[in-house]
Design a protein. Structure first.
Length: 533
């Protein structure tokens, strides 16, 4: 029989006794069971042990900050201080005295020149609730210290953009994150960007920037040849306006704005760590905060549509700037294309216009000055020996008729150089004595627009229009394009194109569309202006 056919069993004690006997060369060893007391005979020492409190560095900072909340020092010399992780413990006594003197000055809104490490300690105090009673006060103090020192210490932008955002979140302040973004001159990222993108697309799309919108586009405009050559300023200006324009158009035509029309997807809950890299005690507000947001940057329908709007707007600007090459693969509704092209072209053309050149006809100016001097001499009678007294002679003179004979015509005025005009102060005084009455062809005609029964947006639009705008609209309704516009504009001291642009700008802000195309009221809006009288 083979050896592996037999099973030899050994108990644990037998194995141990065999090994120990070999090591002791046969010395007898008492049984193992005799050296280990039974489990029921083991006694445990359960007497209380003295406990020592364990404080983190962050909690130690909070305790010290609380103790020194009202500490004030008299004016002392500045002592430099530089620390990678600045706290009170890192300061010498002379540095502590300078810090508390400087802090007392800051609380009086006197922001003395100081090292960055001192500034960070003060910011840590605000984050931990030191130096303010209401969260709104703490937020305002954070912004003030940020604004006062960011020019010298640019690195504050990177830290405070996140810390101030966290401060707003943990205290539930009703403050748009876009305001923090504007203060920081940096970019929101991650869940904060998604939260603010959704809020702004719903409430105020006109405030979105190209940088924020680029997070929703598959087309990297910042690598575009057009952007990096001549188109950067144009794209930064017009892309956000186009997004706001299309949003307003969708709301008007579909009664739902752009973001809701595309259904931005399901909300998700994400965990955000609070006050990263700051000296912050998590016992105050917790280590993290749970945020609910919609991951817009991953939502495909929105990305596709925004990409199309980016490309189409850039193509229009390329055409207006005479830039060769066009972007392809653009699929937008014909109505949306027409709306964008009309708006961008009109705005671009308006921006290129320069104010009309004005110069003075020197001969007429001299004549007017002489006439002014004559009039003044006739109205002023002086006695060399005594103060002026009435002479009993009534001087009646129609000054307005005299001025009318010498009115300057802007058509005859030309600039001869680029230097600013120097006019005698007597000239405007004489002109002011003859007020210009503005009317559309008839001195006694007053234009009014009855908007009763119209939508709220049209009533708001009407409230933004001045008499000159109503005169232009009435002229277009009565006489059509190219008839009488120049006379109306001249009566108001301006040009037809500028008045039309102002009307369209007001309509874009209210009804979300242009009401005048070229020099003609849009067909779909003619009925709205029939109440102009």
């Amino acid at each position: 029989m083979k050896s592996n056919d037999r099973m030899i069993e050994f108990t644990e004690i037998e194995i141990l006794e065999t090994i120990e006997s070999v090591e002791t060369q046969g010395t007898p060893i008492p049984p193992r069971s005799s050296s280990i007391p039974p489990k029921e005979e083991i006694e445990l020492d359960l007497s209380p042990v003295e406990e020592f409190p364990f404080y983190t560095k962050e909690h130690e900072f909070l305790l010290q900050a609380t103790e020194w909340t009202e500490r004030v020092e008299d004016e002392v010399p500045f002592v430099p201080f530089m620390s990678y992780w600045p706290t009170y413990d890192e300061m010498m006594e002379s540095q502590l005295k300078w810090y508390f003197y400087w802090r007392s000055e800051v609380r009086k809104e006197r922001y003395l020149d100081n090292d960055l490490s001192y500034v960070f300690v003060y910011i840590y105090e605000l984050i931990n609730g030191i130096g303010w009673d209401k969260p709104e006060e703490g937020y305002a103090l954070l912004l003030k210290i940020w604004e006062s020192y960011r020019a010298r210490y640019r690195q504050l932008n990177g830290y405070l953009a996140d810390w101030v955002s966290d401060f707003v979140l943990v205290h539930g302040l009703d403050i748009p994150l876009i305001d923090i973004l504007a203060q920081s001159q940096t970019s929101l990222k991650g869940e904060l960007l998604n939260i603010e993108l959704l809020r702004m697309l719903k409430e105020e799309p006109s405030r979105l920037t190209l940088e924020m919108l680029s997070a929703l586009s598959d087309y990297d405009m910042f690598r575009s040849k057009f952007y990096n050559s001549t188109g950067r300023l144009d794209l930064e200006l017009y892309i956000p306006k186009v997004i706001a324009l299309v949003d307003s158009y969708m709301l008007k035509t579909n009664e739902v704005n752009l973001i809701n029309m595309l259904h931005p997807g399901e909300e998700k809950t994400v965990e955000r760590y609070l006050f990263r890299s700051a000296m912050y005690d998590p016992n105050l507000y917790g280590r993290t905060v749970m945020l609910t947001c919609v991951p817009l940057q991953q939502y495909l329908p929105l990305r596709v549509y925004v990409t199309q709007l980016f490309k189409y707007t850039e193509n229009i600007l390329r055409e207006l700037r005479g830039f060769k090459g066009r972007l392809r693969g653009i699929e937008l509704e014909p109505e949306v294309k027409k709306l964008i092209k009309r708006y961008v072209t009109n705005e671009f053309t308006r921006a290129k216009k320069t104010p009309p050149s004005i110069s003075i006809d020197s001969a007429k100016l001299t004549a007017l000055q002489l006439d002014t001097e004559v009039v003044r001499n006739m109205l002023t009678i002086e006695d060399e020996n005594e103060t002026a007294k009435p002479t009993g002679i009534e001087i009646k003179m129609d000054i307005e008729s005299e001025i009318e004979n010498e009115q300057l015509s802007t058509k005859e005025i030309e600039y001869t150089d680029n230097e600013p005009m120097q006019l005698d102060t007597q000239v405007p005084n004489m002109l002011e004595s003859s007020p210009l009455q503005v009317n559309s062809g008839n001195e006694h005609e007053i234009i009014s627009w009855n908007t009763e029964g119209m939508d709220e947006e049209w009533q708001l639009f009407a409230s933004l229009l001045s008499t000159s705008h109503l005169d232009i609209l009435a002229t277009l309704m009565e006489k059509g394009p190219y008839h009488g516009l120049s006379q109306v504009a001249e009566a108001h001291g301006t040009m037809p194109a500028l008045l039309i642009d102002e009307i369209n700008e007001a309509s874009m802000e209210t009804i979300g569309d242009l009401v005048i195309d070229g020099e003609q009221i849009m067909d779909e809006y003619i009925s709205y202006f029939k109440n102009l009288k």
